[in-house]
Ligand binder design. Structure first.
Ligand SMILES: Nc1ncnc2c1ncn2[C@@H]1O[C@H](COP(=O)(O)OP(=O)(O)O)[C@@H](O)[C@H]1O
Ligand SMILES: [Mg+2]
Length: 202
């Protein structure tokens, strides 16, 4: 089973995954957490380039392609082999992030972006995608407090609002794959719902 967590900045993806993984392991599942961009040696090097605050001149198409390069690598090197042995793979972001950020956020042609994503993933689609949804200003404020500020976090609030709207549109288009969780609530409540949602699908 391939599970992905999506959502705007500061929605809790990175902080929830280790606890979700621990919980599932205690229940006897074999679980492998990973993150995008990154998750492989090549991918982590690309991540540096994408996130570096000094790369202000990066064009949206360059950004889009760098994400796909990292993604192709993690799909082939990590995700597919793990899924083939029956493990549960949980990814902190995946292909839908590109549709949301590079597609809706940068207002690039969605069909072109979708085609690139399909090429990069080799057509691998998650079995379950959880959208941790929240007001983007609430999320950005959490992130600022955290000092985990990267080049994409620094995009305008309007950009992040388009990202969130994009996610909500994707949930509507594919209601079977997506589950939406209200991430503005207390952390513990969100974790509890996340566990329920994932267990319900296993
Ligand atoms: N429900 C919540 N309530 C309050 N703070 C939260 C909540 N969820 C996450 N945070 C905090 O917000 C910050 C960003 O969370 P993080 O998991 O890194 O988000 P993401 O990976 O989605 O950007 C972290 O400091 C985290 O502890
Ligand atoms: Mg994160």
């Amino acid at each position: 089973m391939f599970i992905t967590l999506e959502g705007p900045e500061g929605s809790g993806k990175t902080s929830h995954i280790p606890y979700l993984v621990e919980y599932l392991r205690e229940k006897g599942h074999i679980v492998f957490p990973t993150r995008e961009p990154g998750g492989t040696s090549i991918g982590e090097q690309i991540r540096e380039v994408i996130h570096d605050l000094k790369n202000v001149e990066m064009h949206p198409r360059t950004e889009t392609l760098l994400y796909q390069a990292a993604r192709a690598q993690i799909v082939e090197q990590v995700i597919k082999p793990r899924l083939a042995t029956g493990e549960i793979v949980i990814s902190d972001r995946y292909a839908d992030s590109t549709i949301a950020y590079q597609g809706y956020g940068h207002q690039q042609d969605l069909e072109q972006v979708r085609a690139l994503v399909k090429y990069a993933t080799g057509g691998l689609v998650p079995d379950l995608t959880v959208l941790l949804d929240l007001d983007v200003e609430v999320g950005l404020a959490r992130k600022r407090k955290d000092n985990e500020w990267n080049r994409l976090d620094a995009y305008t609030v309007e950009f992040h609002k388009r990202v969130r709207a994009g996610y909500l549109e994707m949930v509507k288009q594919e209601p079977k794959r997506w589950v939406m969780v209200d991430a503005e609530r207390k952390w513990d409540e969100v974790q509890e719902e996340l566990r329920k949602v994932v267990e319900g699908r296993l």
